[in-house]
Write a protein that binds this ligand. Structure first.
Ligand SMILES: Cc1cc2nc3c(=O)[nH]c(=O)nc-3n(C[C@H](O)[C@H](O)[C@H](O)COP(=O)(O)O)c2cc1C
Length: 168
């Protein structure tokens, strides 16, 4: 088989390479005072088991950034295959609290929004932040996990969403 190698300027190449990376989509929610915020995110990653923790990278120019820092708590809800419209709304199609009109959002006892019909929701305390370039890496220690039905995940690639196909 012949090898295909195309050299591109770094920024173009990086954008194209990242668009080709398939990622599970989550919605990050927080509540700062009485105001609810939410954003779609693919940058969620497991960090450590001791303490149970994850990280998410948040652009410093979006409303969510200051909201998470102010609240000190956030929830990561993993989206399922049926949550395409939620991904659209929280990825920028809708703005502010209007985003929560898409999907069956509930509030936990501390007022954080989550989707009971999602595969999982992880409630985190913001434990550390690291600024890098345009983004801040937010480290959350997981305080509570709610598990929904273990259905198929929502996968994002090349600007669109699709499903997951198991081979093994
Ligand atoms: C599938 C998807 C994944 C995204 N992942 C991230 C992410 O990991 N970090 C981030 O800062 N923005 C990410 N975004 C963009 C934010 O969701 C978007 O900028 C934000 O909702 C805009 O909020 P604002 O209107 O309050 O500024 C993603 C968007 C989409 C559609």
């Amino acid at each position: 088989m012949s090898e295909i190698k195309i050299e591109t300027p770094v920024m173009d190449g990086f954008r194209t390479a990242m668009r080709r990376m398939a990622s599970s989509v989550s919605v990050i929610t927080t509540r700062n005072g009485d105001v609810h915020h939410g954003m779609a995110a693919t940058s969620v990653s497991s960090l450590s088991f001791q303490p149970p923790s994850l990280l998410v990278c948040i652009n410093r120019s979006i409303a969510m950034h200051e909201a998470v820092r102010g609240a000190g708590r956030f929830c990561v809800t993993l989206l399922g295959e049926a949550h395409g419209p939620v991904c659209d709304a929280f990825g920028g199609k809708l703005s502010g609290p209007e985003r929560f009109t898409v999907g069956g959002w509930h509030e936990d006892v501390d007022g954080l929004n989550y989707l009971p019909d999602a595969p999982a929701s992880m409630f985190c305390r913001l434990d550390a932040t690291y600024e890098y370039g345009t983004h801040t890496i937010c480290v959350g220690v997981i305080e509570k996990v709610l598990l929904g039905e273990n259905g198929a995940p929502l996968i994002y690639r090349e600007g669109g969403v699709g499903g997951f196909r198991r081979f093994l």
